[in-house]
Design a protein around this ligand. Sequence first.
Ligand code: NG1
Ligand code: ZN
Length: 552
Amino acid sequence: QEQRRRLLAVATRFPLPSGCRFSYGTAGFRADGATMAPAVCRAGILAALRSVKLAGAAVGIVITASHNPVADNGVKIADPDGGMMAQHWEPFADALANAPDPDALLHLVLQFVKDESIPLGGQDTAQVLLGRDTRPTGGYLLDAALQGINAIIGARAIDMGILTTPQLHWMVRSKNKGIKASESDYFTQLIDSFRRMLELVPKGKGGDEFTKKLFVDGANGIGGLKLEQIKAELSDLDVIVRNSGKEGEGILNHMCGADFVQKERVTPHGFSPEDVGVRCASLDGDADRLVYFHVSSASDNRVDLVDGDKILSLFALFIREQLDFINNNGDQANKPLPARLGIVQTAYANGASTQFLKSLGLEVVFTPTGVKYLHRKALEYDIGIYFEANGHGTVVFSEDFISQLEAVSNELSSHADTGSARYHAAMRLLAASQLINQAVGDALSGLLLVEAILLYKGWSFQNWCGLYSDLPSRQLKVKVMDRSAIVTTNAETKVSQPTALQELIDMETANYAQGRCFVRPSGTEDVVRVYAEASTQVEADSLAKSVAHHVE
Ligand code: NG1
Ligand code: ZN
């Protein structure tokens, strides 16, 4: 009865404005921040129920709208492993967010609790960790989330403060693993593993094109602020943060950030042609995306871009090299360490990157857009590397493989073999697995891994950028009456409905050398996205445009 009373009370406090329709989408609920409180409150209820269902394991709530404008906000839920909430709860999430009135909400919750056998009513049965980005609506939405959580008897909310999205995911994961999970633990892990990576750089190896100086575009968000906190401890780097998120420097994601740089291919606000020659990185508003760029010339603001595909390629090269050291250093006495290395991309990956990765003999697989799909696929390997072209991705190591690496390094050190290439390679992979966020794509840890690998290889930005040349591509958005009318298949590369549309796309694509084109409904915006690639920019533009006409 107390449980019913609490749910009715909280639903009455946060009535759903008429005409609002929420969908959990690719990355949780998103809308104008001022209208989000009912959805966020309900996400609080949902997260608490999820924790109760999972025997009180910590679950996370992140309040952010990532790269979207500052007035937007959003909410998503992290499961106990630090990944995205299990998809089979999404239909309930949608229904809950859209329940029209308190009675409907109560009925829905009670029915779901029964169907899922969620043991409500006990003490200390749920814990929910909350984080939010720097958006002005964050505090107000945090309060809505807290009220939602507290509507479930026995649920405890723990506000972790203003964080990057990946920090919160990391904390949830660490807490459930029984590892210390505060922000300073996160920073310590990053700084220590970065330092270990640098200690493992062989003296006098390879090129010496690496330079210490790095400009970082913080998108005027939380990532820049956090990087400012730790940069003094990154002794081999000279990090200068712009659009750092400090008062007065600019508006969140406005003319800056990873999404802006990747889509527009021009310097973000705060950068100029004078920065020519310096390696630059750009984060998005909640610091789960990372791209790199270089000002192309001193006369205009265009940039050379290193996107998620090329970050992935750098990671893949490095990891493959270490595996080769471990396995093929010619000494027959060594037991090989068989490792399945898998590369996961989406249809948005530049075709040149896929070709490059395949030419290295790597296994490349595709999933639909959205890190929840990529991450899950990557977990099928001993080492899974996934990235979206827009810079969201990470490297995941299986626990079994980590134990094997530890066994190799223990064995070698017990034979005082710590000078061998094999030992160093194993130690590098272990350090990388500590450095790179195992829960979700993380711009800060990704940046440090990139820097450590560039330093290890002695590479400049140009060395890296020159791994392969991107095929010219174009992305367009098309507004339609009902984007759900388009249904796709084959990791979104083909349209299955309406059937005639795919024939038209095929027909157009056939007119272009190296042409590739697909369309799909966005999961975060009310648009259909068109992507086209061809051997020249003019052709990619023209292919995208003609297919967009067929979509309209
Ligand atoms: P949608 O709107 O479903 O295309 C976009 C990005 C995804 C992902 C999500 C979540 C593109 C083409 N799509 O999804 O990669 O980052 O937002 O933020 O970049
Ligand atoms: Zn983001």
